[in-house]
Design a protein around this ligand. Structure first.
Ligand code: PMP
Length: 441
């Protein structure tokens, strides 16, 4: 495989040594011996030692149409030599084109977009907008949420491990997150539990806020939390509740957007809810740094202070997003994710039948997870087995991710264009990796 990339002159061990010496120690890569990647194409990546891997994690669900998709590469190459930067003080056709496309794809009246450079910024924008529009400052999130690494976002994020500091920004309160595998109410987690979670949300608002919240922010499927899928109907109830208190409903589609969950463009569509504000990043531009916050005419007008994002809407990023979105529409990513997701799911379910340390297989479309446990009865989380799984898949030439509060969830989220044959190949590699893990158990 060659993309015409000039291979780096440092050896893999030089890169590892340089990383260890010059980057913040918190920039923690996967694997006992971290991978140094040099090339990629589609679902294949190549490391500095020339080993090829089938990539089921896609740079954290980001290379949505595959690494170095030719359409994206060609349009970015052209743009970078034509007009590389403008700032938001000037207009460009690519920025307007992407905004128009997002208005077409987004549900309901969501129409106006503000562009930034990351998911974190997209959420900051959404929350600051909700606060200005409502004139309120309290925010509700769900436990096990992940929303990024800015000061506001580490306060929304509800995983102690991802919070470097005690709560430091305004008032963010966390309601119980529906987590069917570990439902605090009963198993199976059903409509009655949806009502119990809804009562918790109401009680949280009534007891820990002024009763006048600005917004509720939810991930339709919690990503970093471990692909936790709420029971059907919960998100609709949650939207009704926050609106009944005069707050806005924000859907964070950073991981779930663009067909990822199969059958729909947005994760929130599975519960037929139209959010007031939606945030996007990751898959929107196939790896180029783009965050986007979309809302209605009326809510967008609520931002009254001056604001600028120097790089937000940058023409190179916008051309990358435009090309990615064109490919996603042409290829019908919601349908592809549904079909390939079902194929992948059958393979994962078969693995879970063979290995009782796979406590649960869950997810939607091409967003599938395995929760690993020490014991299927006690459901004790097993970060140990997740690390063994990560190393075993690497040995088999396969990249997956981890997640979950305890790091015991294996996350799979490949390119939305992964083919049937590639899913079969991945299934076989996963099967062999599971055998390796079982031997070490
Ligand atoms: N929201 C969700 C659901 C995410 O998964 C992430 C990143 N993992 C973010 C927001 C933050 O995005 P970024 O890392 O681009 O700031």
């Amino acid at each position: 495989m060659s993309n015409g990339v000039v291979t780096a002159s440092l050896s893999a061990s030089d890169v590892r040594a340089g990383h260890a010496e010059y980057l913040f120690p918190c920039v923690a890569p996967y694997y006992r011996e971290p991978l140094v990647l040099v090339e990629a194409q589609g679902v294949r990546v190549v490391d500095a030692e020339g080993r090829e891997y089938l990539d089921l994690f896609a740079g954290i669900l980001t290379t949505s149409v595959g690494h170095c998709h030719p359409e994206v590469v060609a349009r970015v190459r052209d743009q970078v030599g034509r007009l590389g930067h403008t700032s938001t003080m000037y207009m460009t056709e690519p920025q307007v084109g992407v905004a128009r496309r997002l208005a077409e794809l987004a549900p309901g009246e969501l129409k106006r977009t503000f562009f930034t450079n990351s998911g974190s910024e997209a959420i900051e924008t959404a929350i600051m907008l909700a606060m200005q529009y409502t004139g309120r400052s309290e925010v509700i999130a769900l436990r096990r949420a992940y929303s990024g690494r800015t000061l506001l976002n580490v306060n929304i994020t509800a995983h102690s491990g991802w919070r470097p500091l005690p709560s430091a920004v305004g008032a963010v309160k966390h309601a119980l997150a529906p987590y069917p595998y570990r439902c605090p109410f009963k198993t199976p987690c059903d409509d009655e539990c949806v009502e119990a979670f809804a009562r918790d949300l109401v009680e949280l608002i009534e007891t820990t806020t002024t009763g006048r919240p600005a917004a509720l922010i939810v991930e339709p499927i919690q990503g970093v939390g471990g692909f936790i899928v709420p029971p059907a109907g919960y998100l609709r109830r949650a939207a009704e509740i926050i609106r009944s208190y005069g707050g806005l409903f924000i859907a964070d589609e950073v991981q779930t957007g663009f067909g990822r969950t199969g059958g729909h463009w947005w994760g929130i569509d599975h519960d037929a809810v139209v959010p007031d504000i939606m945030t996007m990043a990751k898959g929107i531009a196939n790896g180029f740094p783009v965050g986007a916050t979309i809302t209605t005419d009326e809510i967008a007008a609520g931002w009254r202070a001056k604001t600028v994002s120097t790089y937000g809407g940058n023409p190179i990023s916008m051309v990358a997003a435009a090309a990615t979105l064109d490919v996603m529409v042409q290829e019908n990513t919601p349908e592809r994710a549904e079909e390939r997701g079902a194929q992948l799911r059958r393979a994962l379910d078969a693995l879970a039948r063979e290995h009782d340390w796979i406590g649960e297989v869950r997810g939607k479309g091409l967003m599938q997870a395995l929760e690993l446990v020490e014991d299927p009865v006690t459901k004790e989380p097993s970060p140990r087995l997740a690390l063994a799984f990560l190393e075993a898949t690497r040995e088999e030439g396969l990249l997956v991710g981890t997640g979950g509060l305890h790091g015991n969830v294996i996350r799979i989220g490949p390119s939305l264009l992964i083919t049937k044959a590639e899913v079969d190949e991945a299934a076989e590699k996963l099967r062999r990796a599971c055998e390796r893990v079982a031997r070490q158990r």
